[in-house]
Design a protein around this ligand. Structure first.
Ligand code: PNW
Length: 485
């Protein structure tokens, strides 16, 4: 193949996987059907003040009842793969005991339809909907939750192991641990930094135990993965103080997961920096051997880079009066690290559009883990889409965002990074966690009153790209204003 043609048309390698991604609680609704019990997200969204406008996932995009229509949409897009998650409380309502057949049936029907359509199912076991009963027993800060997760993984693998070729244990354990138990922005909404660190370890342990269970049950051909929302961290400057801020955030966002999973240890600097919060005695002999069981693929979710600096002089403490501090998602960095807003245009989430962060992240992972295949398991953007009188939904900014990020993926692939596929977040407008229905990430518009689906311009753009296995010629090259390559 002519090298120049590859560059100018952004052609992707043959066999590159193209998908869309969703998560159970964000689209399914039907939270009381099939014998499903509440998850921590039902409880959290049902608690006033936790989710914007009091939105809940009770109905969401009604996917539990409209699944055939949604698979037809995937077929129309021409995706090769579809990434979805299984709702733990739909399959194993209290988090213990046998599986509920009706719950499993839904995922059996979904995967059957996908396979009939020639679409590869990519199954995530945990996308944040812990059965409430397990939270009542202590949740992820409690060691037993890791064992419960491995049991649940076993139930799902026994039921679907013959038809699902790619499995993910956890989606973004950083969010589960640090937004769920640290800042309290996500369910279960606890604000205890030590509990957040324990949760991170037990999520890692649950991942490792589940990989062990899945390897025993699944055919050798099954690919096992973990999905992380790694931070592409940049310092404001190269000063020693700013570099120290980068090191601290790297440790809490990335190395707390990458080091145990791929190198069987926790970062020593992180353990020292958090010594005032915990002695890390929750890490027991043998845990790291479980956590570091080999996986086949690492999934990366990328939206925006993270820019940090050393905090300005810490607030002056009045003797006897504690300095009030918002609960932090970054245990041990309070008063030491400042997050900067980043530059350039932003999405409706307020997140800067910066595809260069994705190139940097992919190159860094390739450098550190050269033999590990990677997948972009989520990338996408929320924008304020507009409908014209004919009912068509236009989203030019989303297309521009996606073009620049696909150019970034292409650039990484060209420089030798082993990226196997790309999953666009998301197929449908859905329940965007703490933001409820106020933020729309879909390439398919959902009218939440009528549940009508309408392909946005970006959906047609994505279908054309997939059909051709290449991004549109002339897609803007990824650039960061202050970086030169
Ligand atoms: C990811 N943060 O969530 C999730 O995997 C999706 O379910 C979600 O809809 C998507 O990204 C868009 O938000 C995140 O605050 C939520 O750092 C919040 C954060 C990161 C990821």
């Amino acid at each position: 193949v002519d090298d120049q043609a590859i560059v100018s048309t952004l052609r992707f390698p043959p066999g590159f996987r193209w998908g869309t991604a969703t998560a159970a609680y964000q689209i399914e609704g039907a939270t009381r059907e099939d014998g499903r019990t509440p998850s921590i997200w039902d409880t959290f969204s049902g608690t006033p003040g936790r989710v914007l406008n009091g939105d809940t996932g009770d109905i969401a995009a009604d996917h539990r009842n409209r699944m055939p229509e949604d698979v037809a949409l995937l077929r129309e897009l021409g995706v090769t793969d579809y990434r979805f998650s299984v709702s733990w409380p739909r399959v194993q309502p209290t988090g213990r005991g046998p599986a509920v057949q009706r719950g499993l049936d839904f995922y059996r029907q979904l995967t059957d339809r996908l396979l009939e359509a020639g679409i590869r199912p990519v199954l995530t076991l945990y996308h944040w909907d812990l059965p409430q009963e397990l939270e009542d027993a202590g949740g992820w800060p409690e060691r037993d939750t890791a064992a419960r997760f491995a049991d649940y993984a076993t139930l799902v693998a026994e039921a679907l192991g013959d038809r699902v070729p790619m499995w993910t244990t956890l989606n973004e354990p950083w969010c589960s641990a640090f937004l769920g138990y640290g800042s309290g922005e996500h369910a279960p909404g606890r604000t205890d930094p030590a509990a957040a660190l324990r949760a991170a370890h037990h999520l890692n342990l649950g991942h490792g135990l589940a990989v062990g269970a899945l390897r025993d049950l699944l055919p050798d051909s099954a690919d096992l993965s973990l999905v992380l929302n790694l931070a592409a961290v940049r310092g404001r400057s190269d000063s020693a103080a700013d570099r120290d801020a980068v090191r601290r955030i790297e440790a809490l966002a990335n190395r707390i997961f990458l080091d145990p999973v791929f190198h069987a240890h926790y970062p020593r600097d992180l353990m020292e920096d958090t010594a005032a919060l915990t002695d890390w005695s929750f890490v027991r002999d043998g845990d790291l051997a479980q956590i570091s069981r080999p996986i086949d693929v690492l999934g990366i979710n990328y939206y925006s880079p993270t820019v940090v600096a050393a905090a300005a002089a810490s607030p002056v403490a009045v003797p006897g009066r504690p300095v009030p501090q918002a609960p932090s998602a970054w245990p041990g960095t309070e008063g030491l690290v400042r997050f900067l807003p980043g530059e350039g245009p932003r999405t409706a989430m307020g997140w800067p559009v910066d595809a260069e962060g994705l190139v940097e992240l992919l190159r860094r992972l390739h450098r550190e883990l050269p033999r590990l295949p990677l997948m972009i398991t989520e990338n996408g953007a929320a924008y304020h889409d507009y409908a014209d009188p004919s009912g068509a939904v236009h989203d030019p900014e989303r297309i521009a965002y996606l073009e620049s990020h696909l150019a970034a993926v292409h650039e990484a692939v060209r420089s030798g990074v082993d990226v196997r596929g790309y999953f666009l977040w998301s197929l449908l407008d859905n329940f965007e966690w703490a933001y409820g229905y106020s933020k729309r990430f879909g390439i398919v518009h959902v009218d939440f009153a009528s549940q009508r689906r309408t392909l946005k311009d970006s959906a047609r753009w994505y279908a054309a790209l997939i059909a051709d296995n290449r991004a549109a010629p002339g897609a803007p090259a990824p650039r960061h204003p202050h970086r030169r390559r």
